[in-house]
Design a protein around this ligand. Structure first.
Ligand code: ZN
Length: 253
């Protein structure tokens, strides 16, 4: 039998590369939309660097979607719904962040989602200036890969509370900017990258890491000098940059 979820496994391993400083130990997780109402997500406690298909759990979305709207849901209800959602009852338990993956997998043009805790991104998200990551755009390639606007979500308890807050803020973001965010920064926690392909989710993650490193550098040099909104919007719509974005989507990890 051919291996299952080859692109998802490749994405997990690429993100787990220790030289990138994106995750350590069992940190981080990845997901892939596998059907109309199914998705696969990394199992809880498994390492990204050594992931294989046995570390991925396929889930039905319906029991989990019901949870997001159930005001009376507690930790026991969440655990029961995660167990019920498993397509194979003997599969390992999915990651605690499965519900936020689900929220992201509901969005248009999203098929692969990567959650990491990059050191440089967290240096800002755990600082007194987390908004420095989303207040503006620093350089053209940032726009090509991350789009013009990224979303910052205030700290919330991982699991159901975080998924609910993020869902509302994504809705607000789409209403304001008429497009999904490609990056969701979680204050005092990490980031989610939302891609159409495994390659896009990887590219978004490593570009966000670079943006964080540059931002930290600017803070040491007197503060960020953002591009004007006009310049950022122009990069976002220029034909050669749109072509470059399409090329990046096609490229292999
Ligand atoms: Zn996390």
């Amino acid at each position: 039998m051919p291996p299952k979820y080859p692109a998802l496994v490749e994405l997990a391993r690429a993100l787990g590369d220790s030289s990138l400083d994106l995750v350590v130990l069992a940190e981080g997780n990845v997901s892939e939309r596998t059907g109309e109402s199914t998705f696969a997500v990394k199992a809880s406690g498994r390492s990204m660097a050594n992931a294989d298909e046995r570390d991925m759990v396929e889930l039905s979305m319906d029991p989990l979607l019901a949870l997001l709207d159930d005001a009376s849901a507690d930790d026991a209800t969440v655990a029961a719904a995660l167990a019920e959602a498993k397509m194979k009852p003997d599969a390992p338990m999915p990651s605690v962040e499965t519900l936020l993956h689900l929220v992201c997998q509901q969005l248009d043009n999203v098929r692969f989602v990567a959650h990491t805790h990059p050191v440089d991104v967290n240096a800002l998200l755990c600082s007194v200036q987390p908004t420095a990551l989303v207040d503006g755009t620093l350089f053209p390639d940032q726009v090509v890969v991350l789009g013009s606007h990224q979303l910052l979500v205030p700290y919330a308890d991982p699991g159901l509370p975080l998924a609910r807050i993020a869902r509302q803020l994504i809705k607000d973001h789409v209403a304001t900017h008429r497009t999904n965010p490609k990056v969701i920064y979680l204050q005092n926690h990490g980031m989610f990258a939302l891609g159409q392909s495994a390659n896009e989710a990887f590219n978004i993650t490593v570009m966000a890491r670079k943006v964080a490193r540059v931002t930290l550098g600017t803070l040491a040099a007197g503060g960020p000098a953002y591009l004007s909104d006009h310049a950022a919007e122009r990069i976002d719509s220029r034909e050669d940059e749109v072509a470059r974005r399409a090329e990046l989507l096609r490229a292999r990890l």
